[in-house]
Design a protein around this ligand. Structure first.
Ligand SMILES: [Zn+2]
Length: 445
């Protein structure tokens, strides 16, 4: 495939494409999915200019637009969205033998401490984007560390790559090692300065990022809420109801709160553009409060299994009448893969253990438009439709011998898609485009 990095001219890709264009959990898969077996997607100035059946799109294609035929056995899709990931924990992915609170002490804090050193932060940010783009992930919501420099390094690299990213400096002023703690004032001031420098610059957005309730004083959560009121188009991200010991601790630390969700609610931290990782052990009142406020959850199946945190309950999350907006997330380093395909496979298995069965269409939606909706970015990314940013991934249904032989026996799109989800990972990502620029290409023999 030619590298179009420096070509200002529009170009078109011809082959099968698949996109979600609505919410299958509400309206069903058939009404919210578009598949073209012989499609054309036209890209111009970083956006999708046209998309549809080849017959129709070719007829109206501007003259001299190059049309590239996609390789056999591949399918074009929107780039994946990872709604919750800690780039600073990349060095401790796959660390042994701990549940959440021990994990933080043994692995997370030592790993994050190293981000005091800007060179380490820059090198890790580079590696993070090399790996996520190779896995087909084109948009991320990222926790940095308590060091403002970790955010600078991350946004600088994201800007250089042209990717859409939401990220923030972790706020943490108690119950953490002394050298990783800030104060309510300092956390507020540094976050505000970072918002001024990065929020809305190119494709970047700032997320006000208290790590989770136990590591912030009421004063710090108050300051986080105030900051959001001053910058309402920023995001808020944190953790919620991941682990039973954690939940007990929250009750001790915030005795006046009705429950965990109420802690965040009482500081003005619920609403559209607020996204919370996990949400495993929630009560009905908490789900209802999330749904009513438009707050999103980031489902992190590999992390939940790896740390033994619990099983996300799809039936309750998507209860009729009050579904909670939900995206998919790797939660690396607690999570064990940056591949959204591998993460989807685990999401499917977690649902099975709770007596639910996610369909291939629902799964595909979660990793693309569902994530975009959870981040309130679906008017920009997460689909293949005119006007959306041209973040695209070319999926390879022949990526491995095991996958290829299974797909040969697939009788329809859903069977093939499900095989790709269960058996696929970064090897099934043949190419990745960010705002119409080819940023990753996997060489095949
Ligand atoms: Zn997390």
């Amino acid at each position: 495939m030619p590298d179009r990095t420096h070509l200002p001219l529009p170009f078109a890709l011809r082959g099968p494409f698949l996109t979600s264009c609505g919410d299958p959990f509400v309206d069903g898969v058939d009404a919210t999915r578009r598949y073209e077996s012989d499609g054309v997607v036209v890209v111009a100035e970083g956006k999708i200019a046209d998309a549809g059946p080849a017959r129709q799109v070719l007829a109206r294609l501007p003259e001299r637009t190059p049309v590239e035929r996609l390789p056999r056995g591949t399918m074009l899709a929107p780039g994946f969205v990872d709604c919750h990931v800690h780039y600073a924990q990349l060095p401790v992915i796959a660390s042994h033998g701990a549940e959440l609170l021990d994990w933080l002490e043994r692995y997370t804090y030592p790993s994050e401490r190293a981000f005091e050193e800007p060179r380490h932060a820059r090198a890790t940010a580079r590696r993070f984007f090399d790996l996520t783009l190779a896995a087909g992930t084109t948009a991320t919501a990222v926790f940095c560390t308590v060091h403002a420099g970790s955010v600078e390094a991350f946004f600088a690299e994201a800007s250089r790559r042209g990717v859409r990213a939401v990220a923030g400096r972790v706020l943490m002023d108690r119950n953490a090692p002394k050298d990783l703690r800030d104060s309510a004032r300092r956390g507020y001031d540094e976050s505000k300065a970072l918002i001024g420098r990065w929020h809305g610059r190119g494709r970047l957005g700032y997320a006000i990022t208290p790590r989770f309730a136990p590591t912030s004083t009421p004063g710090q959560l108050e300051a986080a809420g105030a900051l959001w009121r001053e910058h309402p188009d920023c995001w808020v991200q944190s953790h919620l109801s991941e682990n039973l010991r954690e939940i007990g601790w929250v009750h001790e630390l915030f005795p006046k709160a009705r429950d965990y969700v109420d802690v965040y609610a009482s500081y003005g931290l619920l609403g559209k553009r607020a996204i919370y990782g996990h949400g495993i052990h929630l009560a009905e009142r908490e789900f209802a409060a999330l749904a009513a406020s438009g707050t999103s959850l980031a489902h992190c199946p590999t992390s939940n299994l790896f740390l033994g945190s619990g099983l996300f309950d799809w039936k309750r999350v998507k209860k009729r009448g009050r579904p909670v907006r939900t995206g998919l997330a790797s939660d690396v380093g607690g999570g064990t893969s940056l591949s959204m395909l591998a993460t989807l496979a685990e999401a499917y298995k977690v649902a099975r253990l709770r007596g639910a069965s996610l369909s291939p269409g629902e799964l595909f939606h979660l990793a693309t438009r569902g994530g975009a909706e959870a981040l309130d970015l679906h008017h920009r990314i997460g689909g293949i439709a005119p006007g959306l940013e041209a973040d695209l991934v070319l999926l390879d249904l022949d990526a491995t011998p095991l996958l290829a032989q299974r797909v040969r026996y697939a009788s329809d799109l859903d069977e093939a898609l499900f095989a790709l989800i269960v058996l696929g990972d970064d090897r099934a990502v043949r190419a990745t485009w960010v705002a119409g620029r080819l940023v990753h290409r996997r060489e095949v023999a």
